[in-house]
Design a protein around this ligand. Structure first.
Ligand SMILES: Nc1nc2c(c(=O)[nH]1)N[C@H]1C(S)=C(S)[C@@H](COP(=O)(O)O)O[C@H]1N2
Ligand SMILES: [Mo]
Length: 218
């Protein structure tokens, strides 16, 4: 069995979650609609749990870089000043983690995804998006799921800079899908013509992850 390395990925936790996916754990077999607010099988929490692979990289804003590339006319490497010069907006949303907790009314600030798309200008073949993070995490979305106006590249939560635990200085927030699709410590966003499943998607999680359809596992 894989042993945990200090400062490395928590292999046992990964194996446990992978086994849960295989067993279909937590599935209720029900669906709901966004109007019902709480997706099936979820319970509401007041705190803000921290979930990741066990590595929480320290990324000082002076060293922050976000590469945006792939099928775009204008690939860019954003630094912190440039990111802050892009349009900034606020969003309030509910978030839903596949491990069953939901948290209502989170206030985020950051760059709305449409502003990023305006900057890089997609080529016609772009249909999928992959995300890479400083801890080695990856995930994937369709362009349609990423391009929604409520999605943010968020640097603040509840009026404060996003903490390192929650993915600061910058994370993706895609509230209509389970939270594993919302990459913390994001360092690269690539637009592709083909789908490339990420860390959890190749370990049994659903490719899309709609919480109201209970798309926990694939
Ligand atoms: N870079 C990175 N992003 C990540 C993860 C991770 O391990 N690494 N975990 C995902 C999962 S499974 C969840 S539920 C959310 C948790 O976000 P939180 O710790 O802010 O609650 O981050 C997602 N984004
Ligand atoms: Mo998660």
């Amino acid at each position: 069995m894989a042993e945990d390395q200090p400062g490395g990925i928590r292999q046992k936790l990964v194996e446990t979650k992978q086994a849960w996916a295989k067993a279909g754990r937590l599935l209720t077999g029900q669906t709901a609609t966004p109007e019902q607010r709480l997706p099936p099988g979820q319970r509401l929490v007041q705190d803000f749990p921290v979930l990741d692979l066990g590595i929480q990289p320290e990324v000082p804003v002076e060293k922050f870089r976000l590469r945006v590339d792939g099928l775009v006319e204008n690939p860019v490497t954003l630094d912190w000043a440039w990111l802050n010069d892009l349009p900034q907006e606020e969003r309030r949303n509910d978030i839903h983690c596949v491990t069953q907790w939901s948290r209502y009314d989170n206030h985020w600030q950051g760059v709305p995804v449409p502003a990023l798309l305006d900057l890089v200008r997609l080529k016609p073949g772009a249909r999928f998006v992959t995300f890479e993070a400083h801890d080695g995490y990856t995930t994937n979305l369709t362009l349609e799921d990423f391009a929604r106006p409520e999605n943010l590249l968020a640097h603040s939560w509840e009026g404060q800079p996003l903490t390192r635990q929650h993915g600061g200085p910058l994370r993706v927030v895609v509230p209509h899908l389970y939270l594993w699709k919302s990459t913390k410590w994001v360092r690269r966003i690539s637009f592709l013509g083909r789908n490339e499943p990420g860390f959890w998607e190749v370990r049994g999680y659903h490719d899309r992850g709609d919480p109201w359809l209970e798309e926990r596992y694939g």
